[in-house]
Design a protein around this ligand. Structure first.
Ligand SMILES: NC(=O)c1ccc[n+]([C@@H]2O[C@H](COP(=O)([O-])OP(=O)(O)OC[C@H]3O[C@@H](n4cnc5c(N)ncnc54)[C@H](O)[C@@H]3O)[C@@H](O)[C@H]2O)c1
Length: 305
């Protein structure tokens, strides 16, 4: 199949592009390199077609969509904090950008469209584990922009012979994830430990998250592209860990169990519990997550020498 991966030079997109090439697909990547890097694609760059540009530019999108049968739409701005400072930009890229891409995809005869959304759309979940039918309640502009992108996708599902699936990714980690003031808890812990400092836990550390390894996410997106299943699917492991336990595993993997975590006041807006109910995705996409947390962390954050 000839597949367009938007955001394919990013953390998750680059792993997906590699997985698709590995399965014999023709891959086109569209990325404006705003946070992504060509180096992320390394070897795969020779086997894919790379289009540098913005998903909001009609000409660029039309060019990237030439002869495309399926679209994996990952390009997005992804920082919750930044979205509160630049709400219109987040709406423009994440919501409007998705709507434009859907419109162009339909016109150019795309048969399958997969959006990566986020568990952030659940806000503070009504129940844990959370299933796709549970209520949504975005707590940030980022989450609202992803939910609106989801709704546009659902609107287009089944029109013009195009089927659409929405994947709500939980906390994704793995190699090529970048460290910044906005990065997730694993990168924050690892950066401190690398600098000889103990991890900082906000609150009592009993809060839980569902961490899924990036290659497993790539397998789920690939499965979604290759099936006909429409609808919304959680993509996590279905097994959450506490932040205390996460800190202990990071310290173990990095060989610095002598550094004991320190505790700081809880951050406003942080939710307490998060865990995916994976029954629908496992049943309809026909695969399960494979990589255990410790194994994935060993690949993500090598021990300090
Ligand atoms: N990382 C996570 O834990 C996580 C969790 C839930 C959902 N997601 C979703 O997964 C997707 C990929 O996230 P990621 O973690 O790989 O982030 P990332 O920032 O590494 O990747 C996003 C990519 O999109 C590109 N991009 C941004 N704006 C663009 C534009 N206007 N035009 C073209 N390209 C543009 C960036 O250059 C980057 O390569 C996003 O849709 C995100 O919402 C990620």
């Amino acid at each position: 199949m000839r597949i367009l991966v938007t955001g394919g030079a990013g953390f998750i997109g680059s792993h997906l592009a590699e997985a698709l090439v590995g399965r014999g697909h023709d891959v086109v990547v569209l990325d404006d390199l705003s946070t992504g890097k060509k180096e992320n694609l390394a070897e795969a760059l020779r086997q894919i077609e790379f289009v540098e540009g913005d998903i909001r530019e009609d000409g660029v999108v039309k060019k990237a969509l030439r002869d495309i049968e399926a679209v994996a739409h990952l390009a997005a701005l992804i920082s919750v904090n930044e979205s509160m400072k630049k709400p219109l930009l987040y709406h423009d890229v994440n919501s409007m950008g998705t709507l434009r891409l859907l419109q162009h995809s339909l016109k150019s005869g795309v048969k399958r469209f997969v959006l990566t959304s986020s568990c952030a759309v659940y806000g503070d979940p009504a129940k844990v584990p959370t299933s796709e039918t549970d209520p949504v309640g975005p707590l940030s502009v980022y989450a609202a922009s992803k939910l609106s992108a989801e709704e546009y996708c659902r609107t287009y599902d089944g029109t013009g012979g195009m089927s659409v699936a929405v994947l709500r990714l939980f906390n994704v980690y793995g190699p090529r994830q970048t460290f910044s003031q906005y990065s997730g808890v694993i990168m924050q812990f690892a950066e401190r430990v690398r600098n000889g400092k103990p991890p900082v836990i906000y609150g009592d550390g009993r809060q839980t998250r569902d961490f899924i390894f990036v290659r497993d996410v790539g397998r789920f997106i690939t499965a979604a592209i290759e099936t006909e299943a429409s609808g919304t699917f959680n993509v996590g492991t279905g097994r959450s860990v506490t932040i205390r336990r996460l800190a202990a595993v990071v310290l173990n993997v990095m060989g610095r169990e002598d550094l004991k975590p320190i505790f700081a006041p809880p951050r406003p807006g942080d939710i307490m519990y998060s865990e995916a109910d994976m029954s629908r995705a496992v049943k309809e996409l026909g695969i399960k997550p494979e990589v255990a947390l410790k194994e994935g962390l060993r690949e993500t954050i090598p021990p300090i020498r």
